[in-house]
Design a protein around this ligand. Sequence first.
Ligand code: ZN
Length: 351
Amino acid sequence: MFSFNLPMFLAIEENITNDLISKLDKEFKDIANKKIIILTSKGIYEKFKKGIDSLIKEYRKISIYFVEDSSYDIAVNVAKKISIEEFEIVIGFGGGKVLDTAKYASYVSKKKYVSIPTTLSNDGVASPIAVLKTFEGKAKSFGCNSPDGIIIDTNIIKNAPNILLMAGIGDTVSNYTALFDWKLESKHKGIHPNDFAYLLSDTALNMLLYSREEHIRNGNFIKQLAQSLVLSGLAMDIAGNSRPCSGSEHLFSHSLDEHYNINKPHGLKVALGSIASCIFQGRSYEPIVTFLKRYDVDVSPEKLGISKEIFIDTWMKAQATRPDRFSVLNTIELSKDYLEKIYEEIMEVLK
Ligand SMILES: [Zn+2]
């Protein structure tokens, strides 16, 4: 028997944060008398200073705390503060670093958590996983709970940098190869993948793949991207692990993070991984390449600063990053020559 903890509420609307307190009051009751901590970064605070300041002025029980990095130590320290000062609700307002810290800190301190992203760069918006730095700055995924509430203001997201929205698209594309690998693993272990988790992840992918919206900044497209990333997060919650959205393409990204310092968004690295994984899986990468090109999402190794040598070495070490994970990498023999050919092919295709 397994259990999951789906969010209590979800709102994806234009300007919904203008009316944040009344939205929260509907969900938590008597919000004005609850001690709330807003975790954000200084950069985000400067951008939304007027709104945040007037909120703090009007509701004396709201405090603000700045999170500038997302390490395990910082998250646990924030949890300590939340417990000692008896905050009842944690709000994460920002990008991935802020949200992952807030998610884990609220999980450790066992408090309600509301996620308000300012960008949509990966499926962490709704997932029960927090990515935090550990020793020597190495990132690790920690299981926790999905947020209790998710509020996505499409007007705020519209102002996010293009590259982060493109990364969000890339993380959704990775479901294409992740689902294939999940099926392979299930077959290998003689178990059946959770049908509903599979359905949600597949729907998240198809929503974007077959979207009619042409522009990344179109309000409808942003809404679809938000819905898609939330569905991916819920898929992981129902599955009880990240398999519906994380296969060999994520192992490539983990390996890159472990061995090389490629400072590019996660979603772009996994999308490049997905194109190679399609080849390993014996499938056509055409649908995802066409899709990425439609929104000008460039994941060419050149653009990401990944040389041929790094590409080959990263794939050679990918399986070792999560030895317990079965994927297409367990079924093929990777050689330098083979990976070199794949690298050349991808460079050509993404020209
Ligand atoms: Zn991902």
